[in-house]
Design a binder for this molecule. Structure first.
Ligand code: RUQ
Ligand code: CUA
Length: 621
């Protein structure tokens, strides 16, 4: 450690970062003997080797990390932790022209922000199959990214009745559904007014199944289940033993308003909901429930067997199903234990009506009857991920650490401090029925200057942890923009992305593949420009319209060579699109300013890239 960073750390400690002082003082400020310095150096060398991917070599894993309120998804290679690309989803992104062309603009609708939380890879038999990535966002939407080309293909929503879609986008083991849940209950359908004083009675929560077409991945609204006004937090789909069930954690089962920190912390226990989604699917298919906001909404009071509540420590956050599907892990986020609920015991309790009461007619199961074990992981357990052989890893926000433990033994095996304040964690293939172990990434909320200073707005820290041995080890630090709530890590060889769009697949009605077919056509005040982009020119190089015309420019990049992208930046008209090899994109706008407007290629493509330019002229009215 350099003197400068030691001084910084000390200042910061004096400034009151007390949570982590124990760790910092022992590991960073104690005097070092020459022996321990040597040991540290060889430790560092061993760690460096584990993350080093030689030039030209490829990482064996992809990590897809949520970009939080940036609205994007970030793609990393592991173990190098190199940021490879950004997939724009809910936010315009000039780097790829996303949100500027007609097709992506239409997908975004009127919203130009989203808060992406939980990426969920499509699955077949509980294994990531490398076809699609689903991501939720808080404005009641879910998106599908096609992993064939790493592009957003569909944004569904805002889905009616769902307000604050946090408990999403968890996919079921054969990608039957991606799930949704309301974090903020409201009177439904959306648009209904009721004073906040009526929160406990007139506001409703909703948990919902979004159907996925098995061939195309196209999503459509399935069914919704009406719930009391709890705040639904996170979810996970049952698998193997518990396939067909879905679990969501909740807070504010007090149904309180005001300062929730206080008002929603009165009870010792909140709940995990256990939803029989196959029963919900059947009830909806049988025409049960009522249409609210255009969606079939099922009332669990009227349709018994859909939904049960498991008492869980106060204000739980994550809920995670073990790879064999036998255990559901969750806990109060201020507890010092995490709890394994047994799926078998849940089923037995349901059968025996082992209930302690109900919430609006929804049965509450007896804690003692469904609890398998309490594992003393440490303070502030949030999320659990899994490795092979029953290994489990729980993030501890308050302790700022990861605890490893074993299913069935319920004992902590190891604990490792992270820097700092971990939220989620993600293990290689960690949500599948056969996790890989090997690596885990701690997705920390704070970075506290473990990087070059960049002003008050600091990145988040992600740390790669070696979990191949019983003793965990931090290998490297990486930083991200806001904010990786969750990530999933998939074996790289499961993905086979295309490098160009084959010409034969381009069915765009305005595509042209030969420069002799380009040109301008007019129908009244509607002007259509068919354009070709190819090294190193646009065809046509100039075109003219009249002020007030509606102009559609369809640009086809006729390259069939890897990496040969062209951009089309049109000055003063707020337009920039990037067209991949073999792709056609359209831009439509009204030529509401007369004059001469240069356009040029924004994506460096060849030695004569700078010459790739033209003029758009608009004749005054
Ligand atoms: S949540 S840590 Cu969506 Cu855990 Cu952020
Ligand atoms: Cu085409 Cu630069």
């Amino acid at each position: 450690m350099t003197r400068r960073s030691t001084a910084r750390t000390t200042r910061r400690l004096a400034g009151g970062v007390l949570l982590f002082t124990g760790v910092l003082l022992t590991s960073q400020c104690a005097p070092r003997s020459p022996d321990s310095a040597r040991a540290n150096a060889s430790d560092a060398a061993a760690a460096a080797q584990k993350v080093y991917v030689a030039p030209g070599d490829l990482d064996p894993y992809y990590m897809f990390a949520s970009g939080g309120h940036s609205g994007q998804v970030y793609v990393y290679g592991l173990p190098s932790m190199r940021h490879i690309t950004t997939i724009p989803v809910f936010t315009p992104y000039p780097a790829t022209g996303y949100g500027f062309d007609d097709e992506s603009k239409k997908m975004l609708g009127n919203l130009t922000w989203g808060d992406v939380h939980h990426p969920s890879l499509s699955e077949t038999n509980g294994e990531y199959d490398g076809r699609w990535l689903f991501v939720n966002e808080m404005n009641g939407r879910v998106a599908r990214i096609d992993l064939r080309d790493f592009k957003t293909k569909q944004i569904l929503g805002p889905v009616p009745n769902v307000s604050g879609n946090h408990g999403s986008a968890f996919v079921t083991p054969n990608s039957e559904y991606t799930m949704m849940a309301s974090r903020f209950s409201i009177p439904i359908p959306k648009g209904t007014y009721a004073s906040v004083d009526k929160y406990a009675t007139d506001y409703k929560g909703v948990v919902a199944g979004i159907k996925i077409d098995p061939k195309s991945g196209e999503m459509s609204v399935g069914w919704q289940i009406l719930t009391p006004p709890f705040d639904w937090d996170l979810g996970d789909a049952g698998k193997k033993a518990s396939d067909g069930w879905m679990f969501w954690s909740s807070y504010n089962t007090e149904r309180a308003t005001g300062k929730l920190e206080v008002t929603a912390s009165q009870r010792d226990r909140d709940y995990i909901a256990a939803v029989d989604w196959r029963a919900a699917e059947k009830a909806a298919a049988d025409g049960k429930g009522t249409m609210i906001g255009g969606v079939r909404v099922l009332d669990p009071k009227a349709i018994p067997g859909l939904l049960y509540l498991l008492p869980c420590g106060k204000s739980p956050h994550g809920v995670d199903v073990s790879p064999d599907g036998k255990y559901i892990i969750g806990s109060g986020k201020l507890q010092s234990v995490t709890v394994a609920f047994s799926f078998d015991k849940i089923q037995a309790a349901i059968k025996n009506k082992d209930f302690t009461g109900d919430e609006d007619g929804i049965p509450v199961l007896k804690y003692e009857s469904v609890k398998e074990a309490e594992v003393p992981v440490g303070l502030g357990p949030l999320h659990t991920q899994f490795g092979p052989d029953g290994m489990a890893y729980t993030s501890l926000f308050v302790d700022s650490a990861v605890a490893s433990w074993k299913l069935g033994q319920w004992q902590v095996i190891d604990k490792i401090p992270v820097s700092y304040a971990i939220g989620h964690l993600s293990a290689a293939e960690g949500d599948t029925v056969s996790p890989d172990g090997v690596f885990l990434v701690a997705l920390n909320k704070l970075s506290h200057g473990r990087h070059l200073p960049v002003g008050p707005s600091q990145p988040e820290a992600s740390q790669l942890v070696d979990i191949s041995q019983e003793k965990m080890k931090i290998l490297t630090d990486a930083f991200t923009e806001p904010e990786p709530h969750y990530a999933q890590i998939i074996k790289a060889d499961k993905l086979k992305p295309v490098e160009v769009y084959p010409k034969e697949e381009n069915t765009h009605p305005l595509a042209v593949w030969d420069v002799k077919d380009v040109g301008v056509t007019r129908q009244g005040s509607k002007v259509t420009v068919k354009m070709v982009a190819v090294r190193s020119a646009f065809y046509p190089q100039t075109f003219e319209v009249n002020e007030g015309d509606t102009v559609t420019i369809a640009i086809t990049n006729i390259e069939q060579t890897t990496d040969e992208l062209h951009g089309f930046g049109l000055l003063d008209y707020n337009t920039n699109v990037v067209i991949d090899p073999g792709e056609t994109k359209t831009i439509t706008f009204v030529a509401n300013k007369h004059g001469v407007f240069p356009y040029y290629c924004t994506n460096f493509c060849s030695a004569l890239h700078q010459e790739m330019q033209g003029y758009f002229t608009v004749k005054p009215r």
